[in-house]
Design a protein around this ligand. Structure first.
Ligand SMILES: O=C(O)CCC(=O)C(=O)O
Ligand SMILES: [Fe+2]
Length: 284
């Protein structure tokens, strides 16, 4: 029997009532999948309804993040870029999150891995105090960066990714490649630079705040390695060529703490991703 991919008013009411009673979004998705809903669809509608219902989150001196028209402005199910059609699999409204299928071809995933394998180094994070890059236990992966438009192959991807993110190519940081081995993870964090941290200032000075992220999956992970959004109860499983997009900075430079996210531990096999971060202004 075909899985259900539409929401009746009864089900909508059921979801809203249970969210109000304090049920977790994940538990509602589980019930819906048992009742034959398509899992991705159930995820998308429950998280959409739960983010609509979410209480305002304190912002700096106590104001809430103000949602604006999404940067990710694509309608329908397909994004037609100059050289490739990309499918939208699911969305969350607030924060804006989209799961995309076929952003990269299998060959492009393999080529990104091939071009970065020789250059991999242990990943670092930005120390909140000093602003320096440090190796820490919370981030057990190996990585490397390409510069923007480093070669023709990378330039083609930079252009496509910018088209999907609907933001200028030159505001992008170079594509970062990460390789997690079994047990490797990236604990929940924000991609934006917390303005109150002294270490953020040097980063903000070049290109301003980060505004959006594209995490692209370069292989099929045997088990684990999902990108998780703990504030939303949302988890995106890696699939070769697919990606998760999210945005978190508005025109007032406010940042959205609901975009807390991480890479769950890889429990079997390894995981390869490419990440693109966009800035408010030209970067580099
Ligand atoms: O590994 C993941 O799925 C998330 C990666 C991530 O959050 C990042 O590169 O900033
Ligand atoms: Fe991240």
């Amino acid at each position: 029997m075909d899985r259900i991919t539409h929401l009746s008013p009864d089900w909508q009411g059921w979801i809203s009532d249970n969210l109000q009673r304090g049920c977790t979004p994940m538990s509602l998705v589980e019930v819906m999948v048992e009742k034959n809903f398509e899992p991705m669809f159930a995820n998308a509608v429950v998280f959409q309804l739960s983010s609509n219902a979410a209480q305002p989150v304190p912002q700096g001196a106590g104001a809430a993040y103000r949602y604006e028209a999404p940067r990710f402005n694509h309608e329908g199910n397909v994004i037609r870029t100059a050289d490739r059609d990309v499918r939208i699999v699911s969305r969350v409204g607030q924060p804006v999150i989209a799961v995309l299928d076929g952003l990269l071809s299998e060959e492009e995933c393999d080529e990104l891995i091939r071009q970065s394998e020789r250059k991999l180094e242990r990943s670092t994070i930005v120390d909140p105090q000093t602003g320096k890059h440090e190796v820490i236990a919370d981030r057990t992966s190996f990585g490397t960066f390409f510069t923007l438009n480093e070669n023709d192959f990378i330039a083609k991807l930079d252009a496509r990714i910018a088209a999907v993110m609907n933001w200028p190519i030159e505001n992008g940081e170079g594509i970062q490649i990460l390789n997690y081995k079994t047990a490797g993870e990236y604990k929940p964090h924000y991609d934006y630079f917390p303005v109150a941290d002294p270490g953020s200032q040097a980063h903000l000075a070049n290109g301003g705040q980060r505004v959006s992220t594209m995490v692209m999956y370069l292989n099929d992970v045997d088990a684990g390695g999902e990108t998780i959004f703990p504030e939303l109860g949302l988890s995106v499983a890696p699939k070769k060529g697919s990606a998760v997009y999210f945005e978190y900075t508005n025109s007032h430079s406010e940042v959205d703490p609901l975009t807390l996210h991480g890479g769950a531990p890889v429990t079997a096999g390894e995981k390869w991703i490419a990440t693109k971060w966009m800035r408010q202004r030209r970067f580099g």
